[in-house]
Design a protein. Structure first.
Length: 186
């Protein structure tokens, strides 16, 4: 059985707009694999999740991105939702935090619109990934090769990048991120 025992995984989200299923499903997968998920955001307090365009639950922030360091985590998860990564990519500290995982060679998993933050961080050149289809042009313009697959694991870079398209792909995404996160030295 794959284990994330002793590994702390950062989940980076904006104060509002994260797609709830894309936060809670991988979060639960990390817990079930023995890891410790931590919710990182640009502000302290609670984040407002959404089910598509409808308000869903709120979640307590564990760490504020401006005070957090990639060195404190084994890996990073970037859930989607349209507003969530659009807010994050406009926050310099959030973009730098995500980029630091690439610089440190630590795995990153992003689903749906999550890769927008990575495009802003200029870390996608030469990488192959998937996303929600409307991001294709942005990701190609950022130097990536885009594929339409349920999940894509790319090791052609300084770290492992796991990407997925949408909530329907969560079982494949969760399995791939646990597998890849378990392969690292955390």
């Amino acid at each position: 059985m794959l284990t994330l025992q002793g590994r702390t995984i950062a989940f980076l989200v904006a104060p509002k707009g994260v797609e709830q299923a894309e936060l809670t499903s991988p979060w639960q997968a990390v817990i079930e694999a023995g890891g410790t998920p931590r919710l990182v955001s640009t502000q302290a307090g609670r984040v407002q999740a959404f089910n598509h365009l409808d308000r869903a639950d709120t979640f307590e922030v564990d760490d504020v991105v401006g005070q957090a360091s990639a060195a404190d985590y084994a890996a990073l998860v970037l859930p989607g939702g349209v507003a969530n990564p659009d807010i994050l990519r406009q926050d310099a500290a959030a973009v730098a935090f995500a980029r630091d995982f690439f610089d440190a060679g630590k795995p990153v998993a992003a689903i749906c619109h999550g890769p927008w933050t990575l495009a802003e961080g200029d870390v996608l050149k030469g990488r192959t990934l998937t996303s929600w289809p409307s991001l294709r042009t942005d990701l190609v313009n950022a130097g990536a090769q885009w594929v339409d697959e349920p999940v894509k694991v790319c090791t052609a870079g300084p770290n492992t990048l796991i990407t997925s398209r949408k909530p329907d792909d969560l079982p494949s995404f969760d399995e791939a991120l646990v597998t890849e996160f378990a392969r690292t030295n955390g």
